[in-house]
Design a protein around this ligand. Sequence first.
Ligand code: PEP
Ligand code: MN
Length: 340
Amino acid sequence: MIVKMKIDADEKEISRLQKYLIDKGFGIKDASSESVTLFGILGDVKSLDPEQIKVFPGVESVTRISSPFKLASKAFKQEPTIITLKNGVEIGGNEFVVMSGPCSVENEEQLRIIAKAVKESGSKILRGGVFKPRTSPYAFQGLGIEGLKMMRKVADEYGLAIISELMGTEHIDEFIKYVDIIQLGARNMQNFDLLKAVGKTKVPVMLKRGLSNTIEEWLMSAEYIMAGGNENVILCERGIRTFEKYTRNTLDISAVLAIRELSHLPVFVDPSHAAGKWQMIEALSLAALAVQADGIIVEVHHDPENALSDGAQSLKPHKFEHMMERLEKTSKVFTKQVNR
Ligand code: PEP
Ligand code: MN
């Protein structure tokens, strides 16, 4: 429920109403901007009667948010959320941000070759998994925290930020010492303990859409993180499971548009895990740009034939460079006006 105060409402009126709500066990989330005093009432608001709140002096309007997600909703915050990383990169702003790197961190040499290549092609964020959610327990499981330290070292050599996947709560304190963005993978989208744990940090979180989850469920998971106090959430569409088997998953490009309508949070596309085929990555990245996603996260490997995971969907550095050139050129077209 959102309360908008009158332009001439004074501090006393605002705090009197907020105290009344807090005493009833509700939370208050300020959403004011320069021109308007606005706050959300958090909690199980079904029992609250908006008419009763309107009786308080200074109240202009009271609106129920019809969606089950509140903090993540556009009703609650109209301006887009912009997240600024330590290396200055803005996510959700004017730039189409490209995160890239190997599926898995394999060794320092591999990482350095790829980090150098993606940096030279203009990427500012290095991706790489050290805890790997593999379908088979016999497949490479990742290098763990040692791999993360390696990643930090190499990323710092090239001035890159880091995104890596956190799979469980047990490593969180160590993990956040090294990463700039915590990735929560598709398989963990509804791991509520993990969502709550990252919600207690201030580190930006990229929340991937679950393999078979609806957009509403995805936003409810974002809500878990935000309700814990961490509002730095980036959503990522990475393909969903459908009857189609030709591609690894089906990229739901319309999800980007749906998120734009429903939420103020930045939204990314992962064409790699969606398609599962390197041949499709460039075109799907252009599609992400066309729907004005905030960026993409793409797998790159210098030797995909021998990659320890996801080689089939990894771009070689020269293909990545080609894709970056096309993205750059195409993005200029998008800023042009249509004159008729
Ligand atoms: C990954 O990014 O390497 C990954 C496992 O992604 P997802 O969770 O989307 O499958
Ligand atoms: Mn992968």
